[in-house]
Write a protein that binds this ligand. Structure first.
Ligand code: X8Z
Ligand code: ZN
Length: 604
């Protein structure tokens, strides 16, 4: 936690802030200077840091112990944090028009972005916003599905979607989970209205524009960048979709999956059809030698949650990162407690802006969570690496970077690596490559349109293009347009299916994951080039490469102190996010898919 550093004007607490500005006006009546702006900013960062840490600790307790009281406590702390952020962002307006150094000007922009959802300067609306946020998260995280005579958790129904192959049971699990979000809809609409008012007060068209402003470029320009990235990878997705639809049609019959049009969403192995790796056994290439079954290997070698995390730590250590502190092991949550409600959705935390980093996961021993462990640790190593920056720079170069770090490392989990750490004994022959690539594509390529459409939906909600009565239809329109999937049944009039995805009630912007699924391949390709790797990208692992680790660390240490193109350039040599690394990585699979798809009509 950054402590109070002392200021030229000695104004450090919120109550004094207004008085301080007035004092200057009365005493000196002098125009505000850049030095004034810098002093204001330093003080603002100190206050935000202290309030932020308080909110973070309460949120940690709430996420580990969801009760009526912890929900209330977190709502109160959130309310205070929003009030502080809004008052600082509004107070900052008086420095507008000053000719500031670029760095300071950028901090003033960032000062308007410390809240995901801003409130207007109105105490009652701020309190409502904070209460709704806490309620939505709690409703999602404690949601249960009545199925087969018992109360199932999201973890239980997700397991069914992952492994069951009977369409009726899959549908019951899929549909059951979507009942949890029905009561969220009116609160969600109220929250959108309040937050939009807040965004307008800060000078944004709406909350969506505010989110798009977080990328060191014009918000409209960013929307175009996202579309351009999608255009680069769309042919690959379409080929995968075409092949998977044909395989599922063979398996389930064309009464369940037609060989044209969108795929029903309950058959893709994931509750949100966002990553399809779980249906690999149904669609795996027949000609391919058998690949690696990481879930089976983990189970066979007796891995538990802690061993999975230790293995992840080992990878980062091999790149030259310091081991995780003892407090990480003492304070993290690794498995689902039986005696209380927790937020099971995996997350990584930084409690003090220094070394008090933790993860919170309801880890299962399987390949998906093995990857998620690396994902979460990526956040923690990033947080530790940038700790020497000031408050507003204690984050990723952009939010996509933050989500890409651990994923980039996980791309180096190759068969050779698994053999090195003793998880498997034999590395599969080259003929297995198409299978390995297929498994990766099912997770990573299938994710791309989902990663894009979630915030396309929210942007439409925030702009007013979608009104509450159209929330659900608008969601499925985008699901079909981008992912080529459809709801497996008629959706009831009161359905609020977006709310059945954690990040909607949780208000976590989602474009970050789309960007991360582009960036992680860009990072991986650059890392492999730095390592002098000349083989196919999917066989490259940077495990143990300290030189690559040093360059990686240098990018991470920058945090958000520089516009993201500079961070990207520092590691990859490029200043643009670029989908061509995804295309290069999957090129052998694309060729194979195109061959399989010959004679098929692809698209939906
Ligand atoms: O939410 C996450 C992480 C935590 S930041 C587990 N992810 C997205 C999701 O689960 O929907 C990682 C991939 C996409
Ligand atoms: Zn993440």
């Amino acid at each position: 936690m950054t402590r109070f550093k002392g200021l030229a004007f000695g104004c450090s607490c919120m109550a004094l802030l207004a008085a301080c500005g007035e004092e200057k006006a009365v005493m000196q009546d002098a125009p505000l200077t850049v030095a004034d702006a810098a002093a204001f900013m330093e003080d603002a960062e100190t206050q935000l840091s202290e309030a932020g840490q308080h909110l973070e600790r309460l949120s940690w307790v709430n996420a580990n112990f969801i009760t009526y009281d912890t929900n209330m406590l977190v709502a109160n702390a959130d309310e205070d944090f929003i009030k502080l952020s809004v008052s600082l962002a509004n107070a900052a307006k008086k420095y507008q028009g000053l000719d500031m150094p670029a760095d300071l000007a950028r901090k003033f922009e960032k000062l308007k972005q410390t809240m995901v959802l801003p409130a207007p300067e109105d105490a009652a609306k701020t309190a409502s916003l904070a209460r709704i946020k806490a309620d939505l998260t709690a409703t999602y995280s404690t949601g249960k599905v009545a199925m087969e005579g018992e109360e199932k958790t999201l973890g239980d129904v997700s397991d069914i979607i992952a492994s069951d192959r009977t369409p009726e049971r899959l549908l019951a699990a899929w549909d059951g989970w979507r009942k949890v979000s029905v009561p969220m809809k009116s609160d969600y609409a109220e929250m959108v209205a309040i937050a939009n008012e807040g965004a307008k007060e800060l000078g944004y068209a709406d909350v969506g524009a505010m989110w798009r402003a977080g990328y060191d470029m014009d918000p409209d320009e960013f929307a175009k960048v996202a579309d351009k990235l999608w255009d680069q990878v769309k042919p690959l997705y379409t080929a995968l979709h075409c092949y998977v639809r044909a395989e599922l049609s063979d398996y389930y019959g064309d009464r369940v999956v037609a060989d044209a049009g969108p795929i029903p969403a309950h058959l893709l192995g994931n509750m949100w059809a966002q990553a399809w790796g779980n249906i690999y056994p149904l669609v795996k290439p027949e000609t391919s030698a058998s690949g690696v079954d990481v879930t089976a290997a983990l189970k066979e070698k007796g891995y538990d949650a802690i061993k999975m995390v230790k293995t992840g730590e080992g990878f980062f250590s091999s790149l030259g990162f310091e081991p995780l502190p003892d407090t990480f092991w003492e304070r993290s949550l690794f498995t689902k407690p039986e005696d209380r409600e927790v937020i099971c959705h995996a997350s990584a935390w930084d409690l003090d802006g220094k070394n008090d980093v933790r993860i919170k996961m309801c880890t299962k021993v399987n390949d998906v969570d093995f990857t998620t462990v690396h994902h979460e640790l990526g956040h923690n190593y990033y947080q530790r690496a940038y700790q020497n920056n000031t408050y507003l720079h204690l984050t990723g170069a952009n939010d996509g970077f933050h989500e890409a770090i651990g994923d980039m490392v996980a791309l180096s989990i190759t068969p050779e690596y698994l053999q090195k750490i003793g998880l498997i004994s034999d590395v599969p022959p080259e003929e297995a490559d198409i299978g390995l690539l297929m498994k990766r594509a099912l997770d990573k390529v299938a994710f791309l349109p989902f990663g894009l459409m979630v915030d396309k939906w929210r942007w439409q909600v925030f702009s007013g293009e979608l009104t509450p009565e159209n929330y659900n239809d608008g969601w499925w329109k985008l699901r079909e347009e981008y992912q080529g999937i459809k709801a497996p049944n008629d959706r009831p009039a009161d359905a609020f299916d977006p709310g059945a995805k954690f990040h909607i009630p949780g208000n976590t912007p989602y474009m970050r994951y789309f960007l991360a699924h582009i960036l992680q391949f860009q990072f991986h390709k650059a890392a492999c080039e730095q390592a002098g790797w000349e083989g196919p990208l999917h066989r490259c692992s940077i495990y143990g490469n300290k030189e690559v680790g040093d360059r990686f660390k240098a990018m991470l240490e920058m945090g958000a102190s520089k516009p993201w193109p500079e961070a990207l350039e520092a590691f990859t040599g490029s200043r643009e996010m670029d989908g061509s690394a995804v295309v290069a990585y999957f090129a052998p699979l694309k060729q194979w898919l195109d061959k399989q798809n010959e004679g098929r009509t692809c698209g939906w």
